[in-house]
Design a protein around this ligand. Structure first.
Ligand code: AMP
Length: 533
């Protein structure tokens, strides 16, 4: 039976660093988390390569203790890099291809329950830059999905919260303006977002975070604590051996969960026929991870400030992400905000639920229905171009769109040519807050060639950025008194070509295909802009 818009289920995916979850809307429009083939609500985002086969989830996670060299985990942290740091069975994988294997498993498991479907919404941390968003979208494509949208995890959590707590009425409108702070500490990333829900509008007021901070860092502190005890006792480091390190990590992750429920835990570690047993109290655990928590506290304060709010302006402080189960998190937020943090929507399902609700909204829109809610986003990083400061002769980042600007947005800035008779103009587009271009990431460049030979120095050049809600950036450059005008949508460096995506899609979804590797990983692309007609 062919699928029509009417029968397409609304599916949302929380593609987490350590765990992923899938939800869909049932016939009454309520989000339900789908269990995977193993019967669990969340699936470890871990891939084990076994011969030609990729095993994803719980079994892959277990294999960390025995076949660590064949296991890929936390690929989400490396999105935007050209290849994953580790060779797997002699092969290099782009991180998005590893994410695609995870998504493919989620798709297969979900299909068993709700039938065949293609359209999904996938979530990303609000702090993700555009490179990582595009990589996530590509991962969805490679897994056989049609990605309806990529939305921010905190926005999704806020939608789920608004829906389930009933402060959105049946039309999806908030009864009164609500301001909330979403504190999201997952396995590998940390995000904090201040949102306002006004009628049907979901507005992100400010967002910040750390893509290199999550539950795994708490695990690592326990691992190091136990390893140091081992070294003291036996002058041997159990972290040297990948399988022992994998086993120790699993022990420590488990111990961390125990410490969320109990005051102490005992962790054992054996290596080269020697063993230690280390007792860790919750106090000790909190002490050895205090600086990690402080980092989240600092970011939280700054984000609230960036939104121009104080704690008393907030209606809710929402907890999202598995790591917010650690009592230290709620304790810190309670002290800081004077409010009781809210974890009433299951912390590891809220994001997938919100994504499914958003998918429902988009599908309804495509059927011509009035959407329940509107979502307004902000950009998480400033966008600018590299320009030379004529006074200092130094290159600097000239920002066109400051961070936390409401999207979509168009911004224009006038620059000038450097010298008389200049033949071409190079516009380097950078993302980042620093004034120094070296500390920002270059996301693309465009070159305006064949300028008229007699162009005087200081000729004005208009650079216009158009930044869409979906994170696509269009750059337009026009040179005064000439017909030179260029327009180009930025293609990210390090992203895969259409042919490579196609090859990976066939490979990941298990169709008979040739090895995707011969086409190679994309080389850095220099964007030479075509002339706009
Ligand atoms: P998420 O990516 O949101 O699913 O979060 C996963 C992270 O939450 C992992 O680092 C888990 O170790 C952590 N986590 C899950 N449950 C608990 C718990 N009860 N106590 C502490 N951390 C937890």
């Amino acid at each position: 039976m062919s699928m029509t818009e009417e029968t397409t289920p609304a599916v949302g995916i929380d593609l987490g660093t350590t765990y992923s979850a899938v939800a869909y809307l049932d016939e009454t429009g309520r989000p339900i988390t789908l269990v995977n083939a193993e019967g669990d609500l969340v699936t470890p985002s871990v891939v084990l390569f076994e011969g030609n086969q990729a095993v994803v989830g719980k079994e892959a996670l277990k294999a960390i203790a025995t076949e660590a060299e064949h296991v890929a985990q936390c690929a989400k942290r490396e999105l935007g890099e050209r290849t994953f740091h580790k060779n797997l069975q002699g092969r290099k994988y782009p991180p998005e291809a590893l994410q695609a294997f995870v998504l493919n498993k989620l798709r297969q498991d979900a299909t068993r329950q709700i039938g065949d479907f293609r359209k999904v919404v996938i979530t990303v941390p609000a702090y993700f830059d555009e490179v990582r968003r595009k990589a996530t979208q590509d991962a969805g494509y490679m897994a056989g999905f049609e990605v309806l949208d990529i939305i921010n995890e905190p926005t999704a959590a806020a939608i789920a919260h608004g829906f389930l707590k009933g402060f959105l009425n049946r039309k999806g409108e908030s009864n009164a303006p609500r301001k909330l702070l979403v504190y999201d500490l997952g396995g590998g990333t940390f995000d904090v977002t201040v949102m306002e829900i006004r009628g049907r509008e979901f507005l992100a007021l400010a967002t910040d975070g750390d893509v290199q901070l999550g539950g795994q860092d708490w695990d690592q502190r326990l691992i190091d604590y136990v390893a140091e005890e081992f070294i003291r006792t036996y002058q041997l480091d159990p972290r040297e051996d990948p399988n022992t390190a994998g086993r120790l990590w699993r022990e420590c992750e488990d111990a961390k969960r125990t410490l969320s429920a109990r005051g102490k835990v005992s962790i054992s570690c054996d290596y080269k026929s020697q063993a230690v047993r280390v007792e860790v109290t919750r106090e000790k655990f909190e002490e050895i991870t205090q600086d990690l928590l402080n980092r989240t506290q600092f970011t939280t304060k700054q984000t609230l400030q960036a939104a121009g709010l104080s704690w008393s302006d907030l209606d809710y402080v929402l907890l999202v992400g598995g790591s917010t189960r650690m009592p230290m998190v709620a304790k810190m937020l309670r002290t800081m905000s004077g409010k009781e943090p809210d974890a009433s929507v299951a912390v590891d399902e809220a994001v997938a639920h919100g994504a499914a609700l958003h998918a429902g909204i988009l599908l309804a829109k495509s059927r011509g229905e009035i959407p329940l809610v509107n979502i307004t986003n902000v950009n998480s990083h400033s966008l600018g171009v590299v320009a030379t400061d004529t006074r200092t002769e130094r290159k600097r980042n000239a920002i066109l769109i400051p961070r936390n600007t409401t999207l979509p947005v168009t911004a224009k800035r006038v620059f000038r040519t450097q010298k008389a008779g200049q033949k071409s103009i190079l516009v380097r587009i950078v993302e980042g807050e620093s004034a120094s271009p070296e500390d920002c990431s270059q996301i693309g460049k465009c070159v305006v060639r064949d300028l008229p030979p007699d162009l005087p120095a200081q000729t004005p050049i208009d650079v216009r950025f158009q930044y869409q809600e979906n994170g696509r950036l269009t750059v337009q450059v026009s040179v005064a008194n000439t017909s030179r005008e260029l327009k180009h949508e930025i293609t990210r460096e390090n992203s895969l070509t259409a042919e490579q995506l196609e090859a990976w899609r066939l490979y990941v979804t298990g169709q008979p295909v040739s090895d995707p590797e011969p086409s190679g990983i994309a080389d850095d692309l220099t964007i030479v802009i075509e002339e706009d007609e």
